[in-house]
Design a binder for this molecule. Structure first.
Ligand SMILES: Nc1ncnc2c1ncn2[C@@H]1O[C@H](COP(=O)(O)OP(=O)(O)OP(=O)(O)O)[C@@H](O)[C@H]1O
Length: 594
């Protein structure tokens, strides 16, 4: 096991502001003292201060590098994912860019990517694997699932300005960004100046501080396009041995293209800093939003909406072979349209997965015969091997969906029901992945992590259960008087529900299914998100069109002028080396790190 355990510092989060407004009432709990290996159950020797939902992590553990087919597998993931959202393509106007983009892909040579290598890691020691043969480094706690390839949506060349990629190939690899003005603005600067760096951005406000960097609200100069820029001090990362974590997060972000996951618009490096330019979420996080609700818990209807979106995000991540491992309300941000965005991937585990289509959509005349399994192995990931139902265009993401409908025809507020037709059923569960890392947040840690038994994707279904519980009841189920007690409770205490607020039987039943201590008996262990989606709690949820449903709450628009500090008032401190090189003197804000 690793020699070092680390606690993410969340004390800084107390001063966090969002969208230009101070988050009053943010009762984010202070960080516990640094955790040591002996604090795990069984060898715990000392009482720690009260856990305040900070994240714990071991470092120096398992890492798996695998040479994988990249392009073709990722395109499968994209298509399968699209099909999950779209259902019957005949019901909504088409926004068909698939064929066009396949063509562009060929023109841009992205096909050659299909033989490129992809890294698979959970941020610690390593296995190098090429075509079935594995090279295992010193301390390996990770066992390959034995399944096939990791799916990667895109690569560093897609968004990094260290590369010479064309704007076209970037869009091809993020097909859902085809109509995004911010994406176009970034691409325009890239074509004009050959790349982006700090001088292209005005840093308007510090949004918050994480363990590996600070996040700033920033404007792409002169465009009124706003982004959240995570700025990481490379020297600090190196001295604190966090480079791998930063790299893991960046590589995961680069591979994502999903409505409930962050879009990484670009990434660039200066001598001193590594910068990730992402979509800005002005609505704050669900932890803060929950504090503002009556009784500090959400209504069951609102919970249904938020957890349904989180479920789809987790499903997509698992399909890419990513076990998220850090689900908690603090990491679920609210976008400007009220939909959610899962953030913070530096503790995620990457492993191998083989998405498996077990039932086609209703577009198919007959469901697949029972027992027939369509396994999307890398060797057959060609368009012809994919069920046609998985290749429906991405209507849910395009503005034309709305423009072609009158307001009356649009879905009524809070209506996310009325599933029209069953969707294809997939298993994309990296169930056999094994990590021995001790990562997560005390109240959210799965029993198998605490017991050090090794864990896989089922930890995300445990945390999903805790998350659901917390949103409904305003507290987590196993919280003790201190971190150690919390860990004991997670492992040994039965699940109990408070008498109030009253929640439905279906909700409690779902929580019971998810919070089963043995991972192999836990809901979703075998068939992943599909099992959860079929639970009565989600009855009536239109999974295909949830992206178009009205959220419980839409954040007030951020007034950027108020957020932005005029130069005269700004406490202009000497800018760090990277900033002094900037041509744009508007970048006056001080950078402070950690
Ligand atoms: N895209 C975004 N839009 C708005 N605010 C964001 C965005 N991304 C991050 N933030 C805010 O910035 C803060 C720092 O985020 P960051 O992801 O760096 O750290 P973290 O979530 O605290 O976790 P970690 O310590 O693992 O880095 C968070 O509290 C978050 O609320």
């Amino acid at each position: 096991m690793a020699s070092e355990l680390h606690t993410k510092s969340s004390s800084e989060k107390h001063s966090k502001t969002h969208g230009g407004q101070a988050l009053e009432g943010n009762t984010r709990r202070p960080a516990p003292l640094p955790f040591s290996n002996t604090d795990k159950l069984g060898s715990a020797t000392k009482e720690l201060p009260a856990s305040k939902k900070s994240t714990v992590e071991t470092t120096g553990e398992a890492k798996l590098h695998s040479h994988l087919r990249k392009g073709s597998v990722s395109s499968l993931a994209g298509k399968l994912d699209s099909s999950l959202y779209l259902g019957n393509s005949k019901q909504v106007p088409a926004f068909d860019h698939t064929a066009d983009q396949e063509k562009k892909k060929l023109e841009n040579g992205s096909v050659k990517d299909s033989s490129a290598s992809a890294k698979v890691s959970d941020g610690a020691s390593s296995i190098a694997k090429t075509s079935g043969s594995a090279k295992i480094s010193d301390r390996v706690d990770f066992v390959d699932s034995g399944k096939s390839s990791l799916c990667r949506g895109s690569t560093s060349t897609d968004v990094s300005d260290e590369s010479t990629c064309s704007s076209l190939s970037s869009t091809v690899n993020k097909p859902h960004k085809a109509n995004d003005l911010r994406w176009e603005a970034i691409q325009a600067v890239r074509s004009k100046d050959g790349g982006l760096d700090l001088r292209h951005f005005r840093l308007l406000k510090k949004l918050g501080c994480g363990d590996i960097g600070s996040v700033y609200l920033s404007e792409l100069c002169g465009t009124k396009c706003y982004f959240a820029m995570k700025v990481m001090d490379k020297a600090s990362l190196a001295s604190r041995k966090k480079l791998l974590r930063a790299q893991t997060e960046r590589e995961i972000l680069q591979s994502l293209d999903h409505p409930f996951l962050p879009t990484l618009y670009t990434h660039f490096e200066t001598d001193k800093f590594s910068c990730l330019v992402m979509e800005f979420c002005p609505g704050g996080d669900l932890h803060t939003l929950r504090q503002r609700q009556p009784g500090k818990h959400f209504s069951e209807q609102a919970v249904k909406f938020y957890v349904a979106e989180v479920l789809l995000a987790l499903e997509y991540l698992h399909m890419l072979g990513i076990v998220y491992r850090d689900l908690k309300p603090e990491n679920v941000l609210v976008r400007e349209d009220g939909h959610i965005m899962l953030s913070d991937f530096d503790l995620s585990l990457r492993c191998t997965v083989s998405p498996t289509l077990i039932k086609s959509s209703s577009l198919e005349t007959e469901p697949l015969r029972k027992g027939t399994v369509y396994c999307a192995q890398p060797a057959c990931i060609e368009p012809s091997c994919i069920q046609p139902s998985c290749m429906v265009p991405t209507t849910c993401f395009g503005p034309r969906f709305f423009s072609s409908k009158s307001k009356k025809e649009r879905k009524s507020k809070n209506e996310i029901g009325n599933q029209v037709s069953p969707l294809p059923e997939l298993i994309a569960e990296p169930t056999d992945a094994r990590s021995m890392s001790f990562v997560g947040t005390h109240e959210y840690l799965a029993p198998e992590i605490i017991k050090g038994e090794g864990h896989g994707s089922a930890v995300d279904w445990w945390t999903f259960g805790i998350f659901l519980y917390e949103l409904l009841f305003g507290k987590t189920p196993f919280k003790g008087s201190g971190n150690r007690q919390t860990l004991f409770n997670v492992v040994g205490q039965p699940l109990r529900f408070p008498e109030s607020p009253v929640v439905s039987f279906a909700a409690r039943d779902l929580i019971r299914g998810l919070l089963v201590k043995e991972p192999q008996h836990r809901l979703a262990y075998k068939r992943g998100a599909t099992e959860i989606k079929q639970h009565p709690f989600f009855e009536g949820v239109n999974w295909a069109l949830i992206r178009c449903a009205s959220p419980p709450e839409v954040p007030r628009p951020v007034e950027i002028e108020k957020v932005s500090v005029p130069p005269a008032q700004a406490s202009v401190k000497v800018a760090p080396a990277a900033l002094t090189n900037q041509q744009n003197s508007d970048n006056y804000l001080e950078f402070d790190f950690f």
